[in-house]
Design a binder for this molecule. Sequence first.
Ligand code: TXA
Ligand code: MG
Length: 287
Amino acid sequence: TETVYGLAAHLTSESAIKKIFEIKNRPASNPLIIHIQNQAECIKYLTEIPIDFKVLTDAFWPGPLTLVMPIKEELIPAIARANLATAGFRVPCHPIAQQLLAKISPLVAPSANLSGKPSATRSDHVEKDFGIDFPLLDGGACSHGVESTILIYQEKRWYLARKGAISKEALDYLLGYDVEAITVTTKPVCPGQLFRHYAPKASLTLSKTPSHKIIVGFSDRIYEGAVRVFSLGRSSHPEEIAFNLYDVLRSLDAEGVEEAEVDINLPTTEYGLWITILERLQKAANG
Ligand code: TXA
Ligand code: MG
């Protein structure tokens, strides 16, 4: 997809869905996103059409926005939704994902990485995690490089369940209110928040003044004393940084790096994609 590679199974194939959980080593309590072609296909699964469903999907589908909503339970296997009475839906905009869905939607697909590892944003990342013979549709590098933003609908409001490729400000603006974050202590929870994420084997520390020998940093900065700099791209280009993020985290492991320092002297951490980037780096560092 345009965000990260997905590991797909048809929604009606419980055996294939079970296999996804097995090969990813994914906890059964972490539900999958259902990928569909358009609004109409989504609506069939819903108990009601949420307020602002049309506003959100007109603005962002196809695209990196996942909506978690109450569903008609008999239409979606429990294993796909981890037994919840809700499910997450999105319409991806990558042309290959769209062609595939035009043939065989709906598809459930988590990110195509081993559970806990950085997501796969290049085809070789998928091969690294699942083997060279793994069936793969190669769409090149994913243009966003970070996952979809997830909203959950509850009591006639939308809540932010995962920071992602679409900024909170864009959603606040569209909905006309402050889209509050769901945290691990609020209800409903986003199960994915409870698990280890995005972490390379290398132990990472975050610093605004990095001085280690091995640094994850920016192409337009000079790091005195560094022997190796893994570049996320230009420090003023959040899209470029997101695009490279998981590739860089995976390169650390590919090169056998045990420890590195990450430059988090970002232009801002207050808005937009910067918030998503910092959160992913923090999770990568904390495991
Ligand atoms: O960009 C993306 O969203 C990618 C591409 C492949 O579409 N997919 C992706 O899937 O990131 P995954 O499985 O790695 O992350 C899905 C997240 C998890 O955190 C999961 O807990 C949450 O979505 N989720 C799915 N269904 C949910 C539900 N019913 N309630 C709350 N959270 C849900
Ligand atoms: Mg994932």
